[in-house]
Write a protein that binds this ligand. Structure first.
Ligand code: MOS
Length: 740
């Protein structure tokens, strides 16, 4: 794999100085970083689930006798009482749980793969063997796993969830403007369900210390786990502590309390032993959330030059029977271009699955696949170059609200990307570019954007006589590099070595831990850390900017440790919102703020090569230019974009969670059958940043980068496939049979 690493400007400085590296790299590659399942407390017992083998129905009889007889089995339980495991609502409906359905509460099976029994044993082999021996008789019921299946129930989102930010976006009379447009494009695009399959599966270890519950969980939302478990088990939240210092990939699907934690906490209390559960990979496909299947109809009206006059984007997105996982696809498609008339319509389709959820750019990536494919169709229809077409439709202000964008350098992303890619060499005629080895070349472009959100963060900073500066902040490290971003900020501000900065995240014992998602982690945490460092300077009596001799300054105070704390909010938020934070609820704001609208922006340029006999589609080269404000941590930011592009390649060419009307559930819940891109699928990824601070958004000028990097990748690949073959593929993933 050739990977070009292009950190932020100033470019060409050669080897980055040590302080621009990933600060926890050593811990991670040497195995010193302890992930939740790495914890093996004294006397720990191992738990696993037996799961339902029907698409929907009731458990009529369940036989656990063979399981109980397995040597080493400590507990087999099929049902917990209503007072043992109380209801915890869905995180997107004001609750704390990844879905409202808590398994093991009654005989109801809502979907294939739902847990029907918990087994705890001295070791994992015994637990797994016992779970396998559990047999059940069911009374099956009809079910729907496809959004077009009989029994799937379609709801208009704005009526089903009457919240202002989920209302359909309407600007002008888009239908009339579309009908009156000289050039009209219309197409329906389908994005499959997908699973994020992070390297580390969902995993937790629980233990009791008297009446206190101590939890290590792989979660992006330690607060939701803390408050959710307290509610579920009838505990005072003060008696629940949750720690999630490292996550082996989250991508959004570790965003709330999972249904395995309550049962193992009860089991742990009954057994008087710590209990661990790591979901086997196949179970993550039915007990982890997933990117729902969605169908997008896009209509674009334009003049003969391709200037947009109208856009209509209608989406049907899958949800579960028991929860409404919202859709926000049109939030981005209404903002990409200066379209004078826009109509969005988002519907939710109830199917018999676990509740879907977040997976990197959960709505934005499918939405951009549809919309940016349609833009490519418009370029073809008007004979305009796809880059020029996008530049001609650039927006000066937010077309939805009329407010200014706090920062928008999309045109610069397109220009720089085109130059770096060599776009000028492109022959627009499909199939006209042939490589030396006979492969057909296709070059495609697409733009993307991702909303800029901010959450309240509490940061606590302390300086010690030995020169160490310890920062505890709200935020979780899931591989994206929040520790590096915080450590670099503190090191630069105080002039101390990065090695002297200790960053503690994901720990409810220190400060509140709001969900880290929506690419808001860094932009939320850094302003709080900066404010806390300013407070620390006050406390140390060294307010003049410049380097601080920490040991001397601490000594001068006569105290061994000097501490400071600060809390920051999103623009427009009032301290009232801290009640949400302190209760473990969501408290994010954006992308629309009182005086501006914030998005991160990206342009992707993709080369595909189609081998002439096998028609295998390869992606030898991607150039991605991102506007994420100021780049806070060059190494981890570039890595975020590369990872996002890799996921985009997976979305475009590999990944689909298959369903079958006869069986229910997902058919391919293993890494053999759910192919994610591997090294052989990923070639040259060139990443570049605009690196212009967005100072309206926050004092550090930092915007999100983790998700925007995926938005538009699948579209750019599909557009490149069209350029190579003349075929417009409107359903992902694009497979061999689509280009034969
Ligand atoms: Mo991200 S899908 O919001 O963790």
């Amino acid at each position: 794999m050739t990977v070009t690493n292009t950190p932020a400007a100033p470019a060409g400085t050669g080897t980055p100085p040590p302080d621009t590296r990933r600060v926890d790299a050593y811990e991670k590659v040497t195995g010193k970083a302890r992930y939740s399942a790495d914890r093996v407390p004294e006397g720990v017992a191992y738990a696993t689930f037996a799961t339902a083998r029907i698409g929907k129905g009731r458990v009529v009889r369940i036989d656990t006798s063979a399981a109980t007889a397995v040597p080493g089995v400590l507990l087999v339980e099929t049902t917990f009482g209503p007072d043992e495991l109380r209801d915890v609502g869905f995180v997107m409906a004001g609750g704390h749980a990844v879905q409202s359905l808590q398994p093991l509460r009654d005989d109801h099976v809502a979907y294939r793969g739902q847990p029907i029994a918990l087994v705890v044993a001295d070791d994992l082999v015994a637990a797994t063997e016992a779970a396998r021996l559990i047999t059940a008789e069911y009374r099956p019921e009809p079910f729907a796993v496809r959004i077009d299946a009989e029994g799937a129930d379609t709801l208009l989102q704005e009526r089903a969830i009457p919240l202002p930010f989920l209302a359909d976006i309407k600007v002008g009379d888009a239908d009339a403007a579309f009908e009156a447009s000289p050039v009209r494009i219309a197409g329906t695009y389908e994005h499959p369900a997908q699973h994020a399959v992070p390297m580390e599966p969902h995993a937790g270890v629980v233990r009791w210390d008297g009446g206190r519950l101590i939890v290590d969980d792989s979660t992006q939302n330690a607060n939701a786990v803390r408050f959710g478990l307290a509610a579920q088990l009838g505990l005072d939240p003060a008696d629940v502590e949750v720690s999630s210092p490292y996550i082996g990939g989250g991508f959004g699907n570790k965003n709330a309390l999972y249904g395995y934690l309550g049962p193992i906490a009860v089991a742990s209390r009954r057994l008087g032993r710590p209990v661990k559960m790591a979901l086997p990979r196949s179970q993550t496909f039915h007990n982890g959330s997933f990117r729902p299947n969605s169908v997008h109809t896009v209509r674009l009206g334009a003049d003969e030059n391709g200037r947009l006059l109208a856009a209509i984007h209608e989406v049907d997105q899958q949800t579960s029977r028991h929860d409404l996982f919202p859709c926000q696809a049109t939030e981005v498609t209404s903002r990409l271009y200066a379209v004078p008339a826009f109509r969005g319509r988002q519907r939710l389709v109830r199917t018999d699955v676990q509740t879907p959820g977040f997976m990197r750019a959960p709505w934005e990536s499918p939405a951009a696949f549809a919309f940016e494919s349609a833009m490519d169709e418009l370029a073809c229809a008007t004979g305009r170059d796809p880059v020029e077409l996008r530049l001609a439709n650039d927006a000066a202000v937010d077309p939805v609200t009329g407010l200014p964008f706090s920062g928008r350098h999309l045109a610069e992303c397109l220009r720089r990307g085109a130059a770096r890619f060599g776009w000028g060499e492109r022959d627009p005629e499909p199939g006209s570019m042939i490589a030396e080895d006979g492969s057909i070349l296709g070059w495609g472009v697409a733009a993307g954007c991702y909303p800029g959100s901010i959450v309240p963060v509490v940061a606590h900073v302390s300086a010690a006589e030995d020169g160490t500066v310890t920062v505890a902040a709200g935020g979780h490290e899931m591989g994206q590099g929040i520790r590096s971003a915080i450590a670099l900020l503190v090191a630069r501000d105080l002039g101390v070595p990065v090695s002297k900065v200790i960053v503690q995240v994901g720990d409810t014992r220190l400060v509140p831990q709001h969900l880290t998602a929506g690419s808001w982690g860094t932009a939320s945490a850094l302003p709080a850390v900066r404010a806390a460092v300013d407070e620390l300077r006050e406390a140390l009596g060294v307010t003049a900017p410049g380097d601080v001799d920490i040991p001397a300054a601490v000594r001068a105070t006569g105290r061994p440790v000097v501490t400071a704390e600060a809390t920051t909010l999103a623009p427009g938020q009032t301290p009232q919102v801290l009640k949400q934070l302190d209760g473990g609820f969501l408290a994010y704001a954006g992308p629309v703020y009182p005086e501006f609208v914030t998005f991160s922006w990206v342009a992707h340029f993709v080369e595909v090569r189609i081998e002439p006999t096998t028609r295998r589609v390869r992606v030898p080269r991607v150039v991605s230019v991102t506007d994420c404000g100021r780049v806070a941590s060059p190494v981890t930011a570039a890595s975020q974009v590369r990872g996002a592009v890799v996921m985009g390649i997976g979305a475009a060419l590999r990944e689909e969670s298959d369903v079958d009307d006869r069986f229910g559930g997902f058919l391919n819940p293993t890494l053999e059958e759910y192919p994610v891109p591997v090294n052989a699928d990923v070639h040259r990824l060139e990443v570049e940043f605009i690196d212009e601070p967005d100072l309206l958004f926050n004092p550090l000028g930092v915007k999100g980068v983790g998700e925007v990097g995926m938005v538009g990748v699948a579209a750019a690949i599909a557009n490149a496939v069209h350029h190579a073959t003349g075929r417009r593929i409107r359903r992902l993933p694009i497979r061999l049979e689509n280009v034969l």
